[in-house]
Write a protein that binds this ligand. Structure first.
Ligand code: ADP
Length: 504
């Protein structure tokens, strides 16, 4: 028996701060206060490292959703936030970031036990990332503005034209379960910077950190009703948010399937929509790479967050001259990525988020095997204590028709293929309905630039993967999304532009 199979996957004891958060009464954060639901239904919180139920939260009713949207509507319409001096809004946003940092350990643990991700990773990536989004967007609160523009077809001096940037209004924000706190902060930061208001719903699998964030938002001094956080299911509460006539904009991150549905539903009332959806991102490894650096790099591109990442490098294309060495090098990382309970300090990968996701990923691995793929590494469920573990998996001998190559698995499963010719690999890499991200590994700068321009993806990484920064826009090509988040473009998505034309 090797070391990987003897890992003890029993979950560790929770801290007192986390036990307190788990014991709180299920309530919703509406109009600046914690309120009871109009109904009594709740949803269980499960720790995916053990499969045990550890808490519960409100399943919002239609009435709860309407109440939250009404609070956001009033808070927008009376100008309590958008008319506040930008210096004051910026200060409050920095205060939220300060409070996130002050509670970093607790937030990382809550995220770990809710999603299943290693606490160390949540503490290194999710929590600082969450604070960084508020800090970055805080700077825009006083800096975004319109421009003066001389008319083009009118005589000079007869007309004066300028534009105004005005907040779009009430936003319905719906986030997924893979990076719950980070996604919530990424959504809320431009709302606050632009002067909008929001009703945010975390995913039904992972609502713990969004609820705790509501406490911090309240403590930071955000006026009542500006941010409202409600919990519940997507097809009920989420659906009502998207269709609600008092909502001006929908911002969604999640699957392409639900994104298409949301887009259709939001169209009925012509809401502004931004969608950040799925992917099946290709990673191209050129013949000149340093294997010792590239193999662990491309392994991390898929196994980070148990592959539950929209930009996961799930399709590997390595040049035939380095293919064997790259996949062998990836297989050597098996111990590093061996799944462990999320509070195990030695863990780099945890279980999958839920039973449903576990079954889905294992189903894909079985389908791949049935279609003739070979399992070079993993493919199994390691011994465990009731959690939703899957070993990091590398499939070879695949072809472009297989479901494991075409569809988003959202798990720690990579399909590895050889290529000979650059034109052919670019064509294969682009042969997908998705266009979220892609990677290129090479020492040849010219090749990197040329390949990056030919890959149809919203983000291309060179010699790295999944690096995302608040200052740089993020968005998908093709069926991976509409619009952008982050950076100036991400802020613009929360503004209307008004033109004023004045006869002189
Ligand atoms: P996944 O497949 O990764 O679970 P989903 O796209 O189903 O992701 O869910 C992402 C988010 O969208 C969650 O917060 C979920 O509650 C919400 N959601 C799901 N269905 C709908 C819907 N019909 N309308 C609005 N929101 C939805």
């Amino acid at each position: 028996m090797n070391e990987v199979t003897t890992i003890n996957r029993t979950q560790r004891e929770y801290s007192d701060a986390v036990k307190k958060a788990l014991g709180r009464k299920p309530q919703l954060f509406i109009n600046g206060e914690w309120v009871d639901s109009s109904g009594d239904a709740t949803i269980d919180v499960e720790d995916p490292s053990s499969g045990k139920v550890i808490s519960k939260f409100v399943e919002s009713t239609d009435k709860d959703v309407d109440r939250a949207i009404a609070a956001a509507r009033t808070a927008f319409d009376d100008g309590r936030w958008r008319d506040m001096p930008p210096i004051a809004r910026e200060k409050i946003m920095h205060r939220i970031a300060d409070l996130i940092e002050a509670h970093a350990d607790e937030l990382a643990e809550l995220e770990a036990i809710d999603v299943g991700k290693p606490k160390g990773m949540a503490g290194a990536v999710d929590v600082p990332g969450a604070a960084a989004h508020f800090r970055y967007m805080a700077g825009w609160a006083g800096k975004a503005g319109g421009e003066t523009q001389a008319p083009y077809a009118m005589p000079a001096g007869t007309m004066f034209g300028y534009t105004l940037k005005e907040p779009v209004g009430v936003c319905a924000q719906i986030v997924p379960w893979n990076f719950p706190l980070l996604m919530a902060c990424l959504k809320l930061a431009p709302v606050l910077a632009s002067g909008c208001t929001s009703v945010l719903k975390p995913a039904e699998q992972t609502s713990l950190t969004a609820l705790r964030l509501a406490d911090l938002i309240q403590e930071a001094g955000v006026p009542a009703g500006v941010i409202n956080i409600i919990t519940g299911y997507g097809h009920t509460a989420g659906d009502r948010m998207v269709k609600h006539p008092d909502v001006d904009k929908v911002a969604f991150t999640g699957s392409t399937e639900i994104g298409k549905l949301i887009n259709r539903n939001a169209t009925e009332t012509l809401k502004h929509v931004t969608l950040e959806l799925g992917g099946k991102s290709p990673v191209v490894v050129m013949p000149d790479v340093d294997i010792a650096e590239t193999a662990p790099g491309v392994a991390g591109a898929i196994f980070f967050n148990s592959g539950q990442v929209c930009v996961a490098g799930s399709r590997l294309y390595a040049h035939k001259s380095v293919f064997d060495k790259v996949v062998e090098g990836m297989a050597e990382t098996a111990h590093f990525w061996a799944p462990r309970a999320s509070l195990d300090p030695e863990g780099h990968m945890g279980p999958l988020v839920s039973k449903e996701q576990h079954e889905r990923v294992l189903g894909y691995i079985e389908a791949g095997k049935r279609d003739g793929a070979s399992v070079l590494m993993g493919g199994d469920v390691p011994s465990n204590d009731g959690g939703y573990y899957v070993s990091p998996t590398i499939l070879t001998d695949v072809n472009p028709q297989m479901s494991v190559v075409r569809e988003e698995i959202f798990g720690p499963v990579v399909v590895a293929q050889r290529f000979e010719d650059l034109d052919e690999v670019v064509k294969e890499a682009n042969d997908t309905p998705y266009g979220l991200a892609a990677g290129v590994w090479t020492k040849d700068v010219s090749a990197a630039v040329r390949i990056a321009s030919r890959l149809k993806a919203g983000t291309v990484w060179v010699n790295t993967h999944a690096m995302i920064d608040p200052a740089l826009p993020f968005g998908g090509y093709k069926e991976s999304g509409i619009g952008h988040e982050q950076g100036r473009l991400g802020l613009e998505a929360y503004f209307e532009t008004k033109t004023v034309l004045m006869k002189l």
